[in-house]
Write a protein that binds this ligand. Sequence first.
Ligand code: SF4
Length: 399
Amino acid sequence: MSSEIELQLELLQHYPWLPSLKKIYQDFASKDPYQFISEIFSDKESELKERIFDLFTAAFNNLENIGNYEVNESNIYFYLILKILLYLLNTDAITNRIANLYSKIMYKELLRENDHYLYQICQDLNLDIKYYQNPIQYRIRIVKDKKEISKTNYRIHYIDYLKLTSKLQDDYRKLVNNPISEGYVFILKKNLVRLLQEYVRVKILEIKNKSEKEINKLKEKILEIHEFKSLYDDILKIWELKKEELEYSIDIEFIEGKEITDIFPPCIKHILSQAKEGQNLTHTERLFLTFFLHALEYPIKEIVDIFTTLPDFDREKTTYQVTFAKNKGYSPHSCETLKSLKLCKASKYSDELCLKGYYSKKLDQNMKIKHPLFYVQFKHYKLYNQKNEKSKINRKNGN
Ligand code: SF4
């Protein structure tokens, strides 16, 4: 076997979403799904079943990573079975979660790659990339009388850059905000890897919006394979348990001119009112507020503006800290943590939802609010349902 093919095999066992999978592993990448699943599940099923089930469980629990990501041939089976399962499950919320988690795992793996491999991966993806063994200089800035020189080993053609960033919203990724020369954007390794992560996410999302008729036809046939059916059922079982929480997860995001602070929980309302009055906030309060607003996709400027009333406000420093938190993707604290930090204001505001919880139809029992974001989702869901009911009644009455 030539060293080039060996390298390709190694790469595919690590990154099975690469386009050359179809060429190198032609025999099973193009196999009929029923035949593929029957062969796999008569042989390697137990280890694979466990790994796949763990991935779904982690995705349903909003985890950012799974244990050790193994690099071997079974990874290719893992990836292909994952895609078949997502196709059959045909549930956007599940596909989104798996796409997010799997692409995050890939991000971590790719960050560890050496430059040679990373370049090979870009080549496999047919990206027009220039790699420089010795980093090249692309910017000099003077910060507080000190010269800051920016260097990188990579440049990517602007057309590929635009393709890979088309779904990423951050301002700092826009072409105009990045140094470019002769049609090539200078890009740091970690930013390049972030773009590859996005490629993987979008690739998994391609599974969505397929014909129901075709899906049902394949499902009927493929679920005859007993071991596969038991994995499929196990995944559906844990999904059913999680679903109720997620039913409230209508996407709530900052929309210019739309006020959503009314449905914020007391812990956040309290911090916002303190800030409005120009009172100082503790470090923890600032962090919690920032993480919370980031989770609702508030623009950086809107968040920074909230802090303008604070006695020690410094726009440059605050913008840096708020942007840093966004890039790190920190999650807001849970109710349990907020209670231990004495930041829970449920009693102070006599908030019924926080104090008494809510009734879960599915579990037939009362549930406690565990996360401030869930509070917002729940309130939003109720509001949305009330509005729907009202418009139904109006339509009925011909109003
Ligand atoms: S119960 Fe949770 S959401 Fe409600 S105020 Fe306390 S910490 Fe905030």
